[in-house]
Design a protein around this ligand. Sequence first.
Ligand code: NAD
Length: 521
Amino acid sequence: MTRQFALNSTTTDYPTSHTKSGTEPYLTPLFINNEFRVSKATEWYDIHDPATDIVISKCPQTTAEELEEAITNAHEAFKSWKKVSIMRRQQIIFKYVELIKKNHDRLAAVIVAEQGKTFDDAKGDVLRGLQVAEYATSVTTQLQGQQLEVATDMDTLMIREPLGVVAAICPFNFPAMIPLWTIPMVLATGNTAVIKPSERDPGCCSVLAELLVEAGVPPGVINLVQGKVDTVNTLIKHPLVKAVQFVGSSTAGDYIYKTSIAHGKRAQCNEAAKNHVVVLPDANKAQFINATVGAFAGAAGQRCMAASVLVTVGETKEWIDDLIEASKQLKTGSGFDKGSHLGPLISKAALERSHKIIEQGVKQGAKVVLDGRDIKVEGFPDGYFLGPTILTGATPGNIAYDEEIFAPVLCVINVDTLDEAIELVNSNQYGNGVALFTTSGIYAKKFVKEIEPGQVGINVPIPVPLPMFSFTGSKGSFQGDLNFYGQAGLTFLTKPKTITSLWKTSLVEETKPSTSMPTQN
Ligand code: NAD
């Protein structure tokens, strides 16, 4: 028997402060066939509020039977969902957009509670996902087919059809945005999905699922399963799953990409990054400093597009003191505190790892010129806080430069010329994003032409394209051929079909059968 239950937040009642110690942890539900239910799991993972270390919820390792049920239901639902008219699907997405807007604060609050980022930043997380849903309503124009009369009275029509069940495996750092890279695009294209949110902050995705029911999405079209590697392994190997979307670390992504492909699926995997900001002496200094501080420390550096390396060209190395001063003005604290600029890291393990990398980086020659390790946040002695930290001398070969730390840590490297800066950026294995600060159109043009990462900002520190384009990370930050959302996202989620028809308008009959290929047009 499945047990129906309500989520622990509503449109008007959601967390505005941290859960007190001693409160019974909330059990994250599964969402299968439009019903929430408690898993029969024997294994549950604790979800700690990163600001307090208190266990506020638990995430189940979905059982093999439940996983099978979710995938089979999605497969069954596909048979009728793919036949629902595109206009009807579009209307459902319009309604979903409206509901996300109505629940914007609630979604953000659930993110703050489990993930730790500041409320305003969490609202940005939701907004970026909402924009994908808004883009998906354009499917009626974006998914039009092609038609040509290829011979007298003979037409070829090319349409794009949905694939079937899509599996999505999500990271912890954008609990709203990344599930929303999948949900509206899957709805628009007529696919169905089984989504696995991060086991570290699955709560927001449950709210997104609840809104799907209200928007009129039929049972089985979007399902949520929970857990860790066992869940992923089932999804990426299951014969009924036709495509896999992954966003997360490179360790997981490389494995998921290879395994998905080996099991005959399409896959697109967005992975780790090390994003450089390059600054030239002609840049607007104030603009550069404000942008860079926000880009390395915002979201506690837990953005795949965070600026984690600053390349100062020539005399801009003298600007470091101002950068340090501006970074010192940031307040590290609870995400529910309106005055906080950055919250805690996601876990104690993430905090310990960051400390370790900084220590090792120092042993290898780096110098800590701004140290956020000893930060004390009043009222939150057990939170996983790391204040903004700046290292100099962490060049390639130093662990602090080589590893994605995923924390508010900026490595600063000085070079003499723009050419050297370009060479440094291009030598890095990753290729998610890069930014140049300059007032010179000529240098900007040269930079754009020669730089390798897939998302380039000119005086824009985090150049993530809006969803009418695609998320174009490249090199070691992406595996696959077609990127998330935008036109590429629609192409990834659909396959082409051609229909060639002959409707003769002349009454002249052919006199004999033809056994050869046509020799004339
Ligand atoms: P993660 O790889 O630990 O987890 C991501 C997902 O994969 C989770 O759902 C997790 O359960 C699953 N997973 C983890 N290890 C696995 C394994 N060995 N086998 C199978 N599944 C596994 O990533 P995270 O810590 O949640 O997220 C942070 C990472 O995500 C960073 O590296 C960041 O750069 C990256 N990220 C990239 C983008 C992008 O668009 N390029 C966007 C957001 C985050």
